[in-house]
Write a protein that binds this ligand. Structure first.
Ligand code: 1HE
Length: 269
């Protein structure tokens, strides 16, 4: 936890596999199972779900990171017991529910990635809205080697970022991308040095938290759906979403502030 962040009380249930802290409008969720490289057990996936569906009022953005030397080693292979087909489907659906609560939840989530971001760990990272990679981060999908398939939404989310051909390569050959390759193929949007990821993630989250909530909602919920629609339907959805956003008092205040010279200009960063 960074010094400005305080433990966030009041979330339901036991969240012993997460460290959850808050500083004003930003919540920091840290995977906290370093002895197992933050491998995602059933308990951890359920705790992620509980955490993200119960974010308190006033939270505007989340940073997600991992404790220890790695962001996340993926599915807890020790729990990969023999399941009948029905239970296996439900197990995957449990992951989908948790990661949907992140992607289509209340607020944008910035993932800060270091070390292994593999298998289900990459599925988790790609359910977030922005990804910051430190030098040490690397990305792989060892499911092929383990004799299984992705089950946490990876087949839907990862190709949307880097394409089916690249995902096929990672899964068939065990190829691993380093942090620079992750940036190059579109898996991550920001690259920083080791140890700088959290500060960058928090700075991004604080910036995101200043946006109008309805604009953030539109980006999170409308943008990916429009990308999945045919152009005609997409344009119609866009018009509806634009009208909703424009009609909020927040939008009207912000537009007035610009016209009155009280709002910042767009400048080169
Ligand atoms: C684990 C897991 C795990 C570590 N499940 N226990 N994921 C994988 O195939 C990745 C498997 N893990 C690794 O390749 C390596 O552990 C790492 C590169 C991530 C880290 O290496 P290292 O040297 O830092 O740690 P380690 O010594 O390998 O592991 C430390 C402990 O964590 C050790 O347990 P210990 O009791 O012997 O100390 C490991 O067994 C344990 N551990 N990773 C269980 N994944 C919804 S479908 C998703 C499908 C997938 O995610 S498939 C990919 C699974």
């Amino acid at each position: 936890m960074t010094s400005d962040f305080q433990p966030l009380p009041g979330l339901p249930g036991t969240l012993d596999l997460l460290q959850v802290s808050r500083n004003d409008a930003v919540v920091h969720v840290r995977l906290n199972r370093p002895a197992k490289r933050n491998a995602i057990s059933d308990a951890l996936v359920q705790q992620l779900h509980t955490c993200f569906v119960n974010l308190p009022e006033g939270v505007r953005a989340v940073v997600l990171s991992g404790e220890g030397a790695h962001f996340c080693a993926g599915l807890d292979l020790a729990e990969l017991v023999e399941r009948d087909i029905g239970s296996a489907v439900l197990h995957s659906r449990m992951w989908h529910a948790a990661f949907d609560a992140i992607q289509f939840g209340r607020v944008p989530v910035v993932a800060v990635l270091h070390g292994a971001v593999v298998g289900g760990g990459l599925e988790l990272a790609t359910s977030c809205h922005l990804r910051v990679a430190e030098d040490s981060a690397y990305f792989g999908l060892p499911e092929g080697q383990r004799g299984i398939f992705v089950g946490g939404g990876g087949s839907a989310r990862i190709p949307r970022l880097m394409g089916v051909a690249r995902m096929t390569d990672l899964m068939l050959t065990g190829r691993v991308y380093d942090a620079d390759e992750g940036l190059q193929v579109g898996l991550v949007q920001y690259r920083v040095r080791d140890g700088e990821g959290l500060a960058r993630g928090i700075a991004l989250a604080q910036r995101i938290a200043t946006n109008a909530p309805m604009s953030n909602f539109a980006v999170m919920h409308a943008l990916p759906r429009i990308a999945d629609q045919a152009q005609s339907e997409g344009l119609f959805t866009e018009s509806l979403m634009a009208a909703v956003a424009e009609s909020t008092p927040d939008a009207q205040d912000r537009l007035r502030a610009f016209l009155d010279g009280r709002a910042g200009k767009v400048v080169k960063s």
